[in-house]
Design a binder for this molecule. Structure first.
Ligand code: NAP
Length: 238
């Protein structure tokens, strides 16, 4: 019998973080809400009942401190992110790269290393990482530093997946269009709709999960990931 998965989500207090936590709760998952500040997330289900979850505080740059916790995690959703919009200072550049790209990549490496050491446990689901990059990976998002940092994350995931993805670890990429949140108050979709689509596509077995009203993304993103895979595979070694 498969046990209920333990799901940890970064950026848990944000719009999509909360929507995904609710969706996973409906599937019976044990939840860990990873937030960059001390939080007491008061999440409720459709009936108004509190959703049980564990609040954990972490800081960008201190990913190693999550090593112990990651041992119990089956699905790690890397969802945190920020948008510095029109800024282009050195400080804004560092913040965008650290938060949107490097911390996610470090967590991916940390989780993959932990999963590689796991002894086989009957009934435990395959470990998964979901990386929320955004369609800014390949489309303009009217925010150069957001685009640069999300592209870097997407490219690092493509490169490192060549070694890290396998029977023990599944890597899924979330490529999302604009939805309403603090990060994007004018997004056309709701976070709940996006979370529902993400869970649906994951249930269908997709590793490249695309949710956007922009038809070009559905055509361009598979091409981009395929051409990167080929390019990185030919030019790099394990
Ligand atoms: N909204 C859109 O249109 C859109 C489109 C495509 C992709 N995305 C991506 O979707 C993800 C979720 O975004 P959202 O729209 O739900 O935005 P959101 O409501 O602003 O949530 C983002 C969360 O990221 C965490 N975060 C922010 N700054 C951080 C920092 N310095 N260090 C660590 N964590 C930090 C915060 O959660 P905690 O305080 O809980 O850590 C924040 O609530 C992001 O990666 C975003 O890039 C958004």
């Amino acid at each position: 019998m498969t046990s209920s998965p333990c799901v940890a989500i970064t950026g848990a207090s944000g719009s999509l973080g909360q929507a995904l936590l609710r969706r996973w709760h409906r599937r019976g998952a044990r939840l860990i809400a990873l937030s960059c500040g001390p939080r007491n997330l008061d999440l409720r289900d459709a009936g108004g009942q509190p959703i049980p979850l564990r609040d954990v505080t972490w800081c960008v740059g201190q990913e190693e401190e999550l090593s112990e916790l990651l041992r119990e995690v089956d699905v790690l959703v890397l969802n945190h992110g920020l948008n510095v919009h029109g800024q282009r200072s050195g400080e804004a550049s560092v913040r965008s790269l650290e938060v949107n790209a490097l911390s996610g990549w470090r967590l991916l490496e940390l989780f993959a290393a932990e999963v590689a050491q796991r002894a086989e446990q009957p009934g435990r689901p395959q470990a998964e990482v979901w990386v929320n990059t955004s369609e800014a990976e390949i489309q303009p998002a009217l925010s150069p530093l957001y685009e640069i940092s999300k592209r870097l994350l997407g490219q690092l995931v493509s490169l490192r997946a060549l070694d890290l993805a396998g029977p023990q670890l599944r890597i899924r990429r979330l490529v999302l269009g604009p939805f309403r949140s603090a990060l994007n108050p004018v997004g056309v979709m709701s976070a709940d709709f996006v979370a529902g689509q993400v869970m649906g596509q994951a249930g269908l077995g997709f590793n490249l999960i695309i949710v956007t009203p922009n038809p070009f993304t559905y055509a361009l993103m598979p091409l981009a990931t395929l051409s990167r895979w080929l390019y990185y595979k030919v030019l790099t070694r394990t």
